[in-house]
Design a protein around this ligand. Structure first.
Ligand code: PLP
Length: 466
């Protein structure tokens, strides 16, 4: 197996996604299964090898320079080795007694990373969650329970008749925040979308007005969510200015840094999150820009007590009434999951082996590469550049002569699909101001600006055959 993975990692050819017909893939997978009539007596090495080969071949090629499409990373291989150990020793990490080292590693990583956030060591807290979406939901629950203390146990009936809880977000916020509002019964329609400025960040000057308008409509905004690295273009909301607004109005200030919080470990890039120390909570996906296997999300709270507020339950089989030095490390009451992967282990092991420099160097390289890609695009008249990249996400459109404005949207959508089906590069698409754009996310350090040039040629070829 290791030899196979080694070969896979050594293959730096430029390739995108080989999208298999699901029916054919099902057939191929079924053909690898032991039938009822067979009595496997010896270990079938070939069958296992074929399973692994099929798995590798049909996956997104995250280690190839052709992979520029999504936010999950070309992982540092060593982190996969630790993940493998986790899978074999199987130590779920919600409770200290089940996962001792994972729980200690969580505390250590919390302290290590909080050095860059800057919260009071004795007051802050961190829990790991299975993904950024769940972290956003958990933080919003903590915010709601602080604002409306009876809500957890009594639901809506705890609210006075005229109170309509609402959450304020930037117009480009990730859908998981709106989903959280739906899940919590607040209602997606009670999302107050704050206007963006020319760089697609929340416009702090107009945010106050929008919040006043929401209040005038009878909404009680209890939480302001800012993004540190928006999903569409990687924009960083002005945290320092938004923190002031949140504080003035007594709002919980949550920062969704699923994508961009990792920039905190870089001395050069940390300034993008200026004001982070004023936040109440922070979502930080390590499976994005910290290059470990998914999922690995860290949810930080400035104040430990608020963090405890997301869930309020008793369960005698797991939550001990009296804490001791062991149960003090339990997190089962603070995270949604009961059984939870020890997702911190790959991150902690990499940090233990290499320190922050591995992460800072990779992040800085990828952000610099995206700047170079932007500069290349500016010199290409048949491409339209949509923004100056702030991190490692870049959106643009291909606009050869003859494509009318009205056709621009379907043209980009088709183009992205053609690039995908040609199989050399994997890129994504996103609507920017209602019109589709091509989107690249630089997530592995094998990509160079030369590869980006090649992508542009590929896009031209795909566009011309349209
Ligand atoms: C800004 C932002 N928030 C939240 C999420 C959701 O994170 P996850 O995919 O880990 O659930 C994403 C995912 O891309 C994201 O970009």
């Amino acid at each position: 197996m290791l030899a196979r993975l080694e070969k896979h990692l050594a293959d730096l050819s430029i390739r995108g996604l080989e999208l298999a017909d699901p029916a054919r893939l099902t057939e191929a997978a079924r053909a690898l299964m032991t039938t009822d009539r067979e009595q496997p007596t010896v270990f079938d090495e070939e069958r296992l090898a074929a399973i692994v080969d099929l798995y590798i071949r049909t996956g997104i090629q995250v280690h190839s320079p052709g992979y520029m499409g999504r936010q999950f990373s070309g992982v540092v291989p060593l982190s996969g080795v630790i993940d493998f150990v986790s899978s074999v020793v199987n130590q779920p990490s919600s409770f200290y007694e089940a996962g001792q080292l994972p729980n200690v590693a969580e505390r250590i990583m919390a302290d290590e990373l909080n050095r860059f956030i800057g919260w009071d060591q004795d007051r802050f807290a961190m829990v790991t969650t299975s993904g950024g979406s769940l972290a956003n939901l958990t933080a919003l629950l903590a915010a709601r329970n602080r604002a409306f203390p009876g809500y957890w146990s009594q639901g809506h009936s705890a609210l006075a008749a005229q109170v309509r809880p609402a959450v304020a977000v930037g117009a480009d916020v990730h859908y998981s925040v709106a989903r959280a509002a739906g899940v919590m019964g607040i209602g997606e329609d009670r999302i107050v979308r704050l206007p963006l400025d020319g760089r697609r960040r929340i416009d702090a000057d107009r945010a106050r007005q929008a919040l006043d308008a929401a209040a005038a409509q009878g909404l009680t905004v209890f939480c302001l969510v800012a993004s540190a690295g928006t999903t569409p273009v990687g924009a960083f909301d002005p945290l320092d200015r938004l923190a002031v607004i949140a504080r003035e109005r007594g709002l919980w200030f949550h920062v969704d840094g699923a994508h961009g919080a990792s920039l905190l470990v870089s001395d050069r890039l940390r300034h993008k999150l200026r004001g982070i120390a004023e936040a109440d909570s922070l979502t930080w996906d390590a499976h994005k820009m910290m290059f470990v296997p998914a999922p690995c999300t860290l949810l930080f709270y400035r104040d430990r007590e608020s963090g405890r507020g997301a869930f309020r339950q008793t369960a005698s089989y797991v939550f001990d009434e009296r804490q001791d030095i062991y149960t003090a490390l339990d997190n089962g009451d603070k995270n949604f999951e009961c059984t939870k992967r020890p997702m911190i282990m790959p991150l902690w092991a990499l940090w233990a082996m290499y320190g922050k420099s591995l992460f800072a160097e990779k992040i800085e390289y990828l952000c610099r590469l995206t700047q170079e890609a932007h500069a290349i695009l500016e010199g290409e008249p048949d491409f339209e550049v949509l923004h100056r990249p702030e991190a490692n996400i870049l959106c643009f459109r291909y606009r050869p002569e003859g494509v009318e404005v009205d056709d621009l949207h379907p043209f980009q959508v088709d183009l992205r699909n053609r690039v995908k089906s040609r199989g050399n590069f994997f890129i994504s698409k996103v609507d920017v101001d209602g019109v589709a754009a091509l989107r690249v996310v630089m997530m592995n350090h094998h990509i160079t600006s030369g590869h980006f040039q090649m992508l542009l040629d590929e896009i031209r070829k795909a566009g011309q055959s349209q």
